[in-house]
Design a protein around this ligand. Structure first.
Ligand SMILES: NC(=O)c1ccc[n+]([C@@H]2O[C@H](COP(=O)([O-])OP(=O)(O)OC[C@H]3O[C@@H](n4cnc5c(N)ncnc54)[C@H](OP(=O)(O)O)[C@@H]3O)[C@@H](O)[C@H]2O)c1
Length: 275
């Protein structure tokens, strides 16, 4: 991958731990200026290099706005990495179901607010589990459906792919050179499963011995590739090679490329987040 990122600025959300921390560490090691956007800056030891830590709570639009308002100058790459999975039913301060708040509405608002500063690309970290998701445009926040933590995660991760699709369409239409791309890490052993219960928890724990530290480190490679390599707009990168050491284009299902749903999701998201 591109060795020197000197002179380039990256924001990585959710960089306090897990894949975000690995992503931030690698970018900083290659000379980038990296802003770690985290919920609780006091808990974070930034990696060596040209790094700084700023507060960002994606479950709170006021915090998202404060982060964007505090930005000045160019931003090369925004990495929408932060996420939650399988959390119990709950609503954010803005009234959004928690997965949708953290995984979709927060990054949606953040991206739009930072867009005037962006010169390079927006990378959004989705998941292979987007395949379990269905976008219910009339009930994005699970007010009328029986809540399922994994289906809620799936919906929010499918929203990541549709967001990328529609963002790229809009950027192209506007004649912008900024790219919207997506990535998924495969399976990595991080803190993401801490809320999983019942059968999911048993399945995840059974997989632990197979997910080595190396495989977890490789989980950040599709994101890093999407953020720094020569890829087209709306590219979707996933793990490749035996252990995930060679990122490659990921497969999309028809639902991941549904332009009509993507447009409507965008409009609803813009209305609900006022962005
Ligand atoms: N691990 C996997 O196997 C896997 C597979 C597919 C996709 N992914 C995706 O990869 C991304 C990174 O996940 P991970 O595996 O690294 O999980 P992780 O270790 O749990 O990291 C998630 C990060 O998101 C942050 N976050 C949570 N809520 C937030 C909020 N309201 N505002 C700002 N940041 C918030 C967390 O911060 P705190 O420390 O403050 O909670 C944490 O730093 C996620 O988008 C996830 O969906 C992971």
């Amino acid at each position: 991958m591109t060795n020197s990122l000197s002179g380039r600025t990256f924001v990585v959300t959710g960089a306090a731990g897990g894949l975000g921390a690995i992503t931030a560490r690698d970018l900083a090691a290659r000379g980038a200026h990296v802003v770690l956007a985290v919920r609780d800056p006091a808990r974070v030891t930034p990696p060596p290099g040209d790094t700084e830590v700023r507060r960002l709570d994606l479950a709170d639009l006021a915090s998202v706005r404060a982060f964007a308002d505090g930005w000045s100058g160019d931003l090369d790459v925004l990495v929408n990495n932060a996420g939650v999975m399988a959390v119990p039913y709950g609503k954010s301060v803005d009234g959004f179901e928690t997965h949708m708040a953290v995984n979709h509405f927060g990054p949606f608002a953040l991206t739009n607010l930072l867009l005037p500063h962006l010169t390079g690309r927006v990378v959004t970290v989705a998941s292979g589990l987007s395949r379990t998701g269905k976008i219910e445009l009339d009930d994005l926040n699970w007010d009328r459906r029986r809540y399922s933590p994994m289906r809620a995660y799936g919906q929010s991760k499918l929203a990541n792919l549709l967001f990328t699709l529609e963002l790229q369409r809009r950027l192209t239409e506007a004649g912008s050179k900024v790219l919207a791309v997506a990535a998924h890490p495969g399976v990595a052993r991080t803190g993401l499963d801490r809320h999983a219960g019942g059968v999911q928890a048993v399945v995840v724990k059974a997989l632990y011995p197979l997910i080595t530290q190396k495989k977890t480190e490789y989980g950040a490679l599709p994101t890093l590739f999407a953020a720094t390599e020569d890829v087209p707009g709306n590219a979707y990168l996933g793990p490749g090679g035996r252990s995930g050491e060679t990122p490659k284009p990921a497969r999309r299902r028809p639902a991941d490329s549904d332009a009509a749903v993507a447009r409507t999701l965008w409009d609803v998201s813009a209305r609900l987040t006022h962005s």
